[in-house]
Design a protein around this ligand. Structure first.
Ligand SMILES: [Ca+2]
Ligand SMILES: [Ca+2]
Length: 265
């Protein structure tokens, strides 16, 4: 008799464990994202303005509105350049962005603001259509660059600094995405990005800290004669396309002799 009740108790215990496990699995089962957002990892040299693409992928929903809140993990490497604009009673801290050639190109309203005006946080937002009914949003099952924003690398970072990466942390709880009906798109998978500050000066072929005709001569000798004369081949990849070639010579010549700006990295 005792063994019968022990068996019953054992069966009940096993059932309870199964219930807990199945229940736990139901709770823990991850929902498949309905929208993906990824801030790029980029790099640049001291003092430069770096372009940061925001990648997105829509699934079943279109994208017709967004707000992305992000903040720098540390203020000693990078900041967002801020212009103060006063409209009536309101003071806005406007930051640089670009939608040319991106998926939000032609949207009725896109902006980038630093909410506190210190250039340490950024709020990117956009609406495809404010009410005219003429601007289409981004269709379902699309992917590409939503928009680009910019960060300025501080001018006085020493080459000896070891930890040279600042994270661009997206605040998931204050970032929103909506479809053409104005409905919230959920769930969303967000990947934060980063800016890494490269040591040295871009295009500085002899690593003396300045760009001048000596660097042009060295780069020409490397590119056209194959001479091993550069202190850093990567540093002479002026347009940051992972190749040091005649195009980089043209950019350096234009910078040194015509005072043209180097291309954005
Ligand atoms: Ca030099
Ligand atoms: Ca190049």
């Amino acid at each position: 008799m005792g063994s019968f009740w022990q068996s019953v108790a054992r069966v009940i215990a096993v059932l309870l464990v199964c219930l807990v496990v199945v229940g736990g699995m139901t709770i823990a089962k991850a929902q498949t994202p309905n929208f993906y957002l990824t801030i790029d990892d980029v790099s640049g040299y001291v003092g430069e303005l770096v372009e940061i693409p925001v990648f997105m992928q829509t699934l079943a929903d279109s994208l017709d509105g967004f707000q992305i809140s992000l903040a720098l993990s540390r203020p000693d490497l990078v900041y967002f350049e801020v212009d103060t604009v006063v409209v009536g009673q309101e003071t806005m801290y406007v930051c640089q962005f670009d939608t040319v050639g991106t998926l939000a190109s032609g949207w009725e309203h896109v902006e980038a603001r630093s909410t506190l005006g210190q250039g340490l946080d950024l709020r990117l937002s956009g609406i495809s259509d404010v009410g005219s009914g003429t601007t289409p949003g981004i269709p379902s099952y699309s992917s590409g660059i939503l928009m680009k924003f910019y960060a300025r690398i501080l001018p006085d970072i020493l080459d000896t600094l070891t930890d040279r990466t600042v994270n661009l942390n997206v605040h998931v709880s204050t970032s929103y995405f909506s479809n053409e009906l104005g409905e919230l798109i959920e769930p969303v998978e967000i990947t934060s990005g980063s800016v890494t500050v490269l040591a040295g000066v871009r295009g500085d072929a002899n690593c003396d800290g300045v760009l001048n005709p000596i660097d042009v001569v060295l780069l020409v000798n490397y590119v056209y004669k194959g001479w091993d004369v550069l202190c850093s081949v990567e540093q002479c990849d002026i347009n940051c396309d992972s190749s040091t070639n005649p195009i980089d010579v043209v950019f350096l010549v234009n910078y040194v002799y015509k005072n043209w700006p180097l291309p954005p990295c």
